[in-house]
Design a binder for this molecule. Structure first.
Ligand code: FPP
Length: 240
């Protein structure tokens, strides 16, 4: 069997918007606005190719509420605006828009816009873009544990039948393959509570490029690095 060593699912921690803006004497929020351009650029390009089928982007973490209220408000408006403005692009390129994270804490107008975009694109089958909004990896695992516990308590499943596969079906990412490649921009080398369960075997790739400057040339560099690595999943490479 020939197997092309390309990632099917890429996850990105988009970092460096603030630094990008500061370097230009602009307000931080301008960095976020330009960060949206990077998203549009990648999604449009990826939806036209056949290898990468899922892109998960860390747009807003549970910790991001600690930022100044003005910045949080801006990010919320940007999210709403993004959903509204990019719907056309998503429909044109058959992009399915999904989310992970606790949407219930978002302002109602934002939640509604996100829900509408998800619904409008649910039958698009070309490419899946998943936005992590008010997301935390530990929170996601705890919520899954709660669901599994409820099912066990009601007698729907036996405690001894709980295994990794069953558990993963209760995560918000159920139905998506695990990310093969996880990228973080702006020189930081942390996971910051992103996809803790799902990224267990992901290849990690870091770059100093700030998110608003990140383009397909950088993504292609990451993909090439991924392709040249050998994933062993704890086994050995050559068993002879
Ligand atoms: C980190 O930059 C990035 C974020 C807080 C979230 C990413 C958000 C966007 C790309 C825009 C919003 C997205 C959508 C889909 C509307 P930072 O501010 O932490 O940068 P810094 O570390 O340089 O300060």
């Amino acid at each position: 069997m020939t197997h092309k060593n390309v990632p099917r699912h890429i996850a990105i921690i988009m970092d460096g918007n603030g630094r990008w803006a500061r370097a230009r004497g602009l307000p931080r929020v301008e960095g976020h606005r330009r960060g949206v351009e990077s998203i549009r650029n990648l999604v449009t390009a990826l939806s036209k190719q056949e290898d990468v089928k899922y892109l998960t982007l860390y747009a807003f973490s549970r910790e991001n509420w600690k930022r100044p209220a003005k910045e949080v408000g801006f990010l919320m408006r940007l999210l709403r605006y993004f959903c509204r403005r990019e719907l056309k692009m998503m429909m044109k390129n058959s992009v399915r828009f999904t989310t992970i994270g606790a949407l219930s804490s978002l302002p109602k107008v934002v939640r509604e816009e996100v829900r509408k975009t998800r619904q409008a694109t649910q039958d698009n089958d070309g490419f899946t873009m998943c936005l992590a909004i008010n997301y935390g990896g530990r929170d996601e695992i705890v919520r899954a544990a709660r669901r599994v516990a409820r099912r066990a308590a009601s007698g729907d499943i036996q405690a001894r039948s709980i295994n990794e596969r069953l558990f993963a079906r209760h995560l918000q990412t159920a139905g998506m393959p695990d990310p093969d490649l996880l990228i973080r921009t702006a020189g930081e080398m942390r996971l910051s509570n992103f996809l803790l369960w799902e990224a267990s075997y992901a290849e990690l790739w870091f770059t100093n490029v700030l998110w608003p400057d990140f383009r397909m040339e950088h993504l292609n560099k990451a993909i090439r690095a991924y392709s040249s690595r050998t994933r062993k999943y704890g086994a050995v490479e050559d068993t002879r």
